[in-house]
Design a protein around this ligand. Structure first.
Ligand code: GAL
Length: 687
């Protein structure tokens, strides 16, 4: 006899669609803060579900995400579905008043599936198969896996697509986590060759693009091409770039199959995917076109330790996190979601997976929730409801301790749930004056050919963003496809592969532009432009880059800017220009060579400015573009959402919120304590 859990529920006895209820249409929400939590009913005795759901609602939560790792619980053996527990879980949560976000379970294929089709497993760059036993053990190029992922998604979507308690869907979980976008399997190789045929049509075109005249790399047929791993020396950078592009397309195609199934069976329910902080392994703008809401997972403590800051600053912000890393991602994913962004997993206390796992300061869970809302996020869900006393993440906090007692995060969520009543509804994040370009092709390009071990495009972009934030300026992210209307300044710190069409549109727009070094330095084929870098930027600026150098971290360059000496480092270019020279290099090597140049429309920076030089450059550029700034905010950060103004204190000393005299604060007060915030309304000044 089959154990109870493997028995199929009699379909006639259960109404798979649950009670029909009005579902919020995909693009109508927003303007108020909703809260939620990630929950794993399959990990807890059923006896707990009811009480858990009741406590969630009492806490003020409205959303609950379930199911994203539940495949082996809903299909214990091929075709043997055990829906009954999930039916009940959705019912219990829904009847308690929670809206369910249902995850498709494809981030964790079950063991029986892997045993049936071992080719699903991904292969690492050394050619080793990555085994079953954790998660994300699939290759995006496995056709079998694509079919299986479609099959389980369709089965779930048919069963729950019209369920009145299921209000949204999450596809898979964190594409790219555990370095899983790139796989070097036999199927990836075959798919890559097809992708290349499609891109180049003729092998001669590929030979030209990849520069195979170099080192006798010429190909006679597409079928001779290999994946760019395990080589004696580095591959052609165009080979690598194409492999990164291909891998990115595979992720999008994989996601698209599930999105299409969900659209067919779950009408009106928004579809999301939970992205990761600053992952650039695939084109997030492109994938964002296939979903309704971008969500991302906010783990600021790990973000700090893995991040850009020096050790002294990491020590300083140990329990508050990098003051800009989280906001950067909120702003980025707001663009990826074309205005709609959620936090699907908010760190509720210490986690388990970083190099070290310090506790956030008390107050930070509340702080991060309001930070998200201030940056346009409409829903924040905490990961997770209860700390698991078993398995990989037993050191990871939840809102509850393993014994169901309330932990610190729980109390902070309660505070937020109460505080939100003091805020008016309907306040939406407006358009920012500054557009910040994040171009994924350019990130692939610098990864393919970094030309310096310490060159880190993500850290550079965050440094530039941080300088803007310290001046109190709101930022929208854009890609090269984006509309430029309404922006006063476009900032592009690392636009390596500049699309000539984008530069033309920029030229036609009223916005001014600020470009970082390496901008326009490679063509679409990853060659040096025929008329030298910055290639297409010459439509805006009369400048030619004649030499580039990467510089080790122990060395800095001196830059004279406004009669003051400043510091730059990591990268330096020698340029020839007819434009106004705004700053020069000062020192024994090529003394006086231009470091920052510009004209009435655009500026180009031939190095990586550090510290006060970067701040000064931003301040001057904002003034030049007519963007209002605040004096350097230090550890305070400001954000605007409609008429609402927020001040967040990341520092260790109290700081003053830049609010007009006589302001009546909705939350907090003029003096903002460390790890605390204030909220007020600025009437007559919509964002
Ligand atoms: C995320 C992941 C979750 C959980 C969490 C722990 O990356 O999506 O499933 O593992 O990390 O912090």
């Amino acid at each position: 006899m089959k154990p109870e859990c493997l028995m199929m529920k009699d379909e006639m006895m259960y109404e798979p669609n649950g009670p029909m209820a009005a579902i919020t249409p995909a693009r109508q929400e927003g303007g108020r803060l909703s809260l939620g939590v990630c929950y794993y009913p399959e990990q807890w005795p059923r006896a707990l579900w009811q009480e858990d759901a009741r406590r969630m609602v009492e806490l003020g939560l409205e959303w609950v995400r379930i199911g994203e790792f539940a495949w082996s619980h809903i299909e214990r053996a091929p075709g043997v579905f055990t829906w009954e527990w999930m039916d009940e879980a959705i019912d219990v949560l829904g009847r308690a008043g929670l809206k369910v976000i249902l995850g498709t379970p494809t981030a964790a294929p079950p063991k029986w599936l892997i045993d049936l089709y071992p080719d699903i497993l991904p292969v690492d760059a050394e050619g080793r198969v990555r085994k079953f036993g954790a998660r994300r053990h699939y290759c995006f190029s496995s056709r079998r896996y694509l079919q299986e992922a479609a099959r389980i998604t369709e089965a779930m979507a048919k069963r729950y697509g019209r369920n009145g308690h299921v209000h949204a869907w999450q596809i898979d979980n964190e594409y790219g986590d555990h370095d899983t976008v790139h796989s070097y399997s036999q199927e990836a190789l075959l798919a890559f060759r097809l992708w290349l045929k499609d891109r180049y049509a003729s092998v001669d075109a590929l030979n030209r693009a990849w520069g195979t005249a170099f080192w006798s790399m010429h190909y006679n047929h597409f079928d001779e091409v290999e994946l760019p791993n395990n080589l004696v020396e580095e591959p052609s950078p165009t080979h690598l770039l194409d492999y990164y592009r291909f891998s990115s397309d595979q992720v999008r195609a994989f996601n698209r199959v599930q999105a299409d199934i969900l659209r067919a069976h779950a009408p009106g329910r928004p579809i999301t995917h939970n992205f990761m902080s600053q992952n650039t392994d695939f084109d997030h703008h492109a994938l964002g076109e296939d979903i309704d809401i971008a969500s991302w997972d906010v783990y600021p403590m790990g973000g700090l330790l893995n991040g850009r800051l020096c050790e002294a600053d990491k020590a300083r912000y140990l329990r508050h996190g990098d003051p800009d890393q989280v906001a950067f991602n909120h702003d980025l994913y707001r663009a990826v979601g074309r205005g709609r962004v959620w936090v699907m997993e908010q760190q509720p206390g210490p986690v388990n997976w970083a190099s070290h796992n310090q506790s956030p300061a008390d107050g930070m869970v509340r702080f991060w929730t309001w930070l998200a809302y201030a940056h346009g996020v409409d829903m924040v869900a905490y990961f997770r409801w209860r700390q698991a006393p078993f398995a990989q993440e037993q050191f990871h906090a939840g809102l509850l301790l393993p014994n169901s007692e309330e932990d610190q995060g729980f109390h902070e969520v309660k505070t937020v749930a109460d505080e939100r009543r003091r805020l008016p509804e309907g306040e939406r994040r407006g358009k920012a004056p500054v557009a910040f370009v994040l171009d994924y092709q350019s990130r692939f390009a610098t990864r393919a050919l970094p030309q310096g071990k310490s060159y880190n495009a993500s850290a550079i972009a965050l440094d530039w963003y941080s300088a803007l934030s310290r001046l109190g300026v709101d930022v929208d992210f854009i890609g090269q496809h984006s509309d430029l209307d309404g922006y006063k300044l476009v900032v592009a710190p690392d636009l390596v592969i500049a699309d000539p069409g984008f530069i033309e549109r920029l030229k036609a727009a009223p916005a001014k532009a600020l470009f970082g070094p390496r901008s326009g330095s490679k063509t679409e084929d990853m060659h040096i432009p025929a008329d030298l870098p910055p290639g297409p930027l010459s439509a805006l600026l009369d400048v030619r880059v004649t030499r580039v150098e990467s510089l080790p971290p122990f060395h800095t360059e001196t830059v004279l800017y406004g009669n003051e000496s400043h510091v730059a480092g990591g990268w330096r270019e020698t340029i020839r220009t007819a434009e106004t020279v705004l700053a020069t290099f000062d020192g024994a090597y090529r003394n006086g060579s231009p470091a920052i140049i510009g004209n009435a429309r655009a500026r180009y920076v031939a190095t990586l400015p550090k510290g006060d030089l970067l701040l000064k450059l931003m301040e001057d550029s904002l003034t030049w573009a007519g963007v209002e700034t605040l004096p350097d905010l230090g550890d305070l950060r400001i954000a605007r959402r409609g008429r609402l103004r927020f001040a967040f204190n990341f520092g260790m000393a109290a700081a003053e919120a830049p609010a007009p005299a006589e302001t009546a604060f909705l939350v907090g007060s003029r003096m903002v304590a460390p790890a605390d915030l204030s909220i007020w309304i600025e009437e007559g000044r919509p964002a």
